[in-house]
Ligand binder design. Structure first.
Ligand SMILES: [Zn+2]
Ligand SMILES: [Zn+2]
Length: 327
């Protein structure tokens, strides 16, 4: 059985897409590249586009945090940002991998960008469906009920057709959903925010968004250190550059270099950076990626001068729609 992870929303703070004029300039750049790299005919367009990395042509996406994890017939969803609408669309079309609930939604915290899609999650309105919400925050039920309230939303919670259950989690205590074992650990964010370590079939995923990563050493991380240990894929907050991180202390978001440091030390196999700033256009995220590569190479050079090897960490910046399968 494979453990799959799909990122339906990777933007932070607010759903945001570059304005049409910026997209027009972007398309101009793509077309120039097409012709200047020796392509000339309409028949070459598809193979050219498929030969490029997705973000280089299509950007990083507009939707906010929502991650779907599947293992066999088991599914969990982490966070209900605007990306959860894509799961709704799939449910309405009745397509695989899941046509029916129950749905299990784990909430890291309740900032707008992590809840904004929930009122539009269609199973809420389907008789016979079941939705289970999980969070460490004891106010879970009242916070979810508050999303379905006039004048912010036309359908009150009491009118929802699905059966909705609430599960308040104990910090650092695992809960099982089918084959999934999910354990909440605290992240570094202004309002309490809980990351999740998700394990199934000997594979593991660490959801570390939103976090500033103010605690990096093993001593500082203390009881939350296991979130970063024995991890195949870590999803880490990299909204800022390093200078921005210094400027925006206590804003609750981090930089890729911080995530890489943790990954090197703990032997994390793969890191995906996300929570892209709402103002960050494609070029900006590509520049963050370039700076991260520069940092990675500088660490490799420093280690090589001591006859040491850089730990192998595969990393990239996540784009909306990215799917990873762990086998
Ligand atoms: Zn956020
Ligand atoms: Zn937040």
């Amino acid at each position: 059985m494979s453990f799959s992870i799909k990122f339906w929303g990777v933007r932070g703070s607010l759903p945001s897409s570059p304005p049409p004029t910026v997209w027009a300039q972007h398309i101009e750049g793509v077309l120039q590249n097409f012709f200047s790299s020796g392509h000339h005919g309409a028949h070459q367009v598809s193979s050219y586009i498929r030969g490029q990395e997705v973000p280089v042509v299509g950007g990083y996406g507009s939707a906010t945090t929502c991650v779907e994890l599947n293992y066999g017939n088991d599914q969990i969803i982490i966070d209900g940002g605007s990306g959860i609408r894509s799961i709704s669309e799939r449910i309405l079309k009745g397509t695989a991998p899941r046509k029916k609930g129950p749905y299990h939604i784990f909430m890291t915290h309740f900032h707008w960008d992590h809840v904004i899609g929930l009122p539009f999650f269609v199973p809420h309105f389907i008789p016979g469906e079941e939705i289970h919400y999980y969070a460490v925050q004891p106010e879970l039920e009242s916070l979810i009920r508050g999303l379905f309230k006039k004048p912010y939303f036309p359908v009150p919670f009491e009118a929802l057709q699905a059966k909705i259950h609430f599960h308040v989690l104990e910090p650092r205590k695992p809960i099982h959903v089918g084959e999934f074992k999910v354990t909440p650990y605290q992240l570094d964010h202004p309002d309490p925010c809980w990351g999740f370590k998700v394990e199934a079939g000997g594979k593991s995923y660490a959801h570390c968004v939103d976090t500033e990563g103010t605690r990096v050493t093993q001593e500082d991380l203390g009881a939350d250190l296991p979130l970063y240990q024995d991890i195949d894929v870590m999803y880490f907050d990299a909204q800022y550059t390093l200078p921005e991180l210094a400027e925006k202390a206590n804003w609750g978001h981090s930089a890729a270099q911080v995530g890489l440091e943790i990954a090197f030390r703990e032997g994390i196999k793969r890191v995906l950076f996300a929570h892209h700033d709402p103002g960050a256009r494609t070029d900006h995220v590509l520049e963050l990626r370039r700076q991260t590569r520069e940092y990675y190479e500088s660490v490799a050079r420093a280690l090589a001068s001591n006859n040491e090897q850089i730990p192998t960490v595969e990393w990239d910046f996540a784009h909306e729609g990215l799917e990873i399968v762990l086998r």
